[in-house]
Ligand binder design. Structure first.
Ligand code: AVJ
Length: 330
């Protein structure tokens, strides 16, 4: 085996400094002192959280992951032909499990030369880079280790027609105004030859949606409460996770799922690193995630606001989930 330190196919740039920790502290100080307490969902994903999320993806109730994968399987060849992409830029790449379907198609089409994963977890970017250069001879990997909300400007200049992918429905975690801002930023990565492929969960029967976020085995509940373990470890807080119940509700007016943690009793928690006492009333709920569900009209409008237009609308037969391919409006 080649010395992994001198592999010319791999370049990894890391932009994680103390910025990450500061952002959890800032988010906690800000979110825990509001009348309606709230923490942003990006802090779910420590190693335990990432593991729990992987388990969620296998649950019978959680249809988005397998549905998106099925759509990708059915359409990857067409996507490769339409985009002619030379490079794939992936936001929130993780283990790049679903991405392989696209890499396979672009590799088979003979256009693929570079993969640019953008992810906060350095270990995953490194491991995945190593695996991919072995699986796809000739492929170069330029990893960007950072927060895709803050480090999009670190994505290298394009090596040719580019396909940016943002899968999983993660765009649904943004509040509407942030979502429009983020889409505009993504559009900034695209030239006239380039495309965006985005996965979005679709509006459907509230019972189906709520079951997907409140599974019978309680894995999602554990994922939700894991946030309290993150606060305990990172900010020296003294949450007792068993003081909180998992809540998942579809908000029909906003067309999003909300996950919350509901305090079982009146009590005060201390976030020692912030020197911050936080009081919870009995039954008080703290919001931990919104996961927006989309209609085709909503997506068209959001894309148009970002200067993009729809090229392909790809969905499963039951229209549970959608992949949209878009490009800068001509
Ligand atoms: C990874 C953000 C797309 O919103 O469905 C799964 C996260 N939260 N179950 C989603 C999640 C609860 C997931 N995303």
């Amino acid at each position: 085996m080649m010395n992994p330190l001198v592999q010319p196919e791999i370049r990894i740039d890391s932009y994680l400094g103390d910025g990450q920790e500061r952002s959890l502290a800032d988010d906690a100080r800000d979110g825990l002192t509001r009348p309606l307490k709230e923490l942003p969902p990006k802090h779910f994903y420590d190693s335990r959280g990432a593991e729990l999320f992987d388990q969620i993806c296998e649950l019978p109730e959680y249809y988005p992951t397998r549905t998106e994968r099925a759509i990708l399987n059915d359409t990857a060849t067409e996507l490769a032909a339409v985009t002619g992409a030379v490079e794939l830029v992936e936001l929130g790449s993780g283990t790049a499990a679903k991405t392989r379907v696209l890499l396979d198609a672009l590799h088979a089409a003979g256009t693929l030369t570079r993969y640019v994963p953008v992810d906060v977890t350095e270990g995953m970017v490194r491991d995945c880079a190593q695996e991919l250069i072995e699986e796809y001879p000739g492929l170069r990997v330029h990893g960007v280790v950072g927060d895709f909300e803050r480090h999009l400007d670190r994505v290298p200049d394009p090596a040719g027609p580019r396909l940016v992918v943002f899968l999983g429905g993660t765009i649904g975690n943004f509040a509407p105004s942030e979502r429009r801002r983020f889409l505009a930023q993504i559009a900034g990565l695209l030239g006239p030859e380039d495309h965006l492929l985005m996965g979005t969960d679709l509006v459907k029967d509230p019972e189906v949606l709520e079951a997907a976020y409140d599974d019978r085995q309680g894995v999602t509940a554990e994922f939700n409460r894991n946030l309290l373990h993150v606060l305990n470890r990172e900010l020296d807080a003294d949450f007792d996770p068993s003081d909180f119940d998992h809540v998942a509700r579809f908000d029909a007016g906003n067309e999003w799922i909300e996950m919350r943690l509901r305090s079982r009793r009146a009590h005060t928690v201390t976030v020692r690193a912030l020197d911050l006492p936080v009081h919870f009333a009995a039954g008080e709920e703290m919001r931990t995630e919104i996961s927006a569900k989309f209609t085709r009209e909503r997506i068209d409008e959001d894309l148009a606001d970002a200067g993009l237009e729809l090229v392909r609308w790809l969905t499963d037969p039951e229209e549970q989930f959608a992949l949209t391919l878009s490009a800068p409006a001509g």
